[in-house]
Design a protein around this ligand. Structure first.
Ligand SMILES: [Zn+2]
Length: 222
């Protein structure tokens, strides 16, 4: 009886070891294909799943979310991203040092639903409205197709990855916030430091784009 209990415990452990080993090797393979030299300790880094809500989008948009989600994970788990965050003068860190935030973001993992919506409020011919938003505590990330027009000449897959990371890694899973209105310091909040800060103040996604080889990542699924 004792032996059979032990055996079943062991076989359960083996099964779960096998599953996680498979997941890790798949993840490593995916990361290696994308950026061979910039990933270290891939197995210790968390992965975020961006679960496209199919009913809210076209197949092409769903593929863009999948591809942008892969990019978001590669950037988040890169040494470039970690170094950028660790050296930044961050605000709204929930009492953590920049180094601790960098480590925290590396380990962020989980799943967030992603939906597309359309909202264009521009008075002067443009769309002066949010590119993405959430309704906390619901973790769903809503992406504005008035801004992210998948397949259009100005669509930038890498920029979409940055918006997904701001919302999912910064807010929904990371738990960091910032003021709603612009302030001089908002660019230094954790979500805006990930992506969305002004060009002058830079952000991790913009900073790491060339070093990680994503300058041409671009137009997304055809
Ligand atoms: Zn935000």
């Amino acid at each position: 009886m004792l032996i059979s209990t032990r055996r079943s415990v062991r076989s359960a452990a083996t099964r779960s070891d096998t599953v996680s080993a498979n997941v890790i090797s798949l993840v490593s393979a995916a990361l290696i294909v994308l950026v061979p030299s910039s990933i270290s300790e891939a197995s210790s880094a968390g992965l975020v799943t961006f679960a496209a809500v199919a009913s809210s989008m076209t197949d092409r948009e769903a593929r863009a979310i999948a591809e942008a989600g892969e990019i978001a994970n590669v950037v988040k788990n890169s040494d470039c991203f970690r170094d950028f965050i660790a050296k930044r003068k961050l605000v709204g860190t929930r009492g953590r040092t920049a180094d601790e935030v960098a480590e925290d973001l590396r380990h962020v993992s989980g799943s967030v639903p992603v939906e597309f919506y359309f909202r264009c409020l521009g008075a002067m011919g443009g769309c002066g409205t949010a590119v993405a938003y959430r309704l906390p505590p619901d973790p769903t990330v809503y992406i504005n197709r008035a801004y992210y027009r998948v397949g259009a000449p100005d669509f930038d897959l890498y920029e979409l990855a940055g918006s997904l990371a701001h919302e999912a890694i910064g807010h929904a899973l990371g738990g960091y916030e910032h003021s709603f209105d612009w302030t001089p310091l908002r660019d230094f909040s954790v979500p805006y430091s990930i992506s969305g800060a002004s060009r002058e103040n830079d952000d991790a996604f913009r900073h790491c784009r060339a070093p990680l080889g994503f300058l041409t990542a671009a137009t997304g699924p055809g």
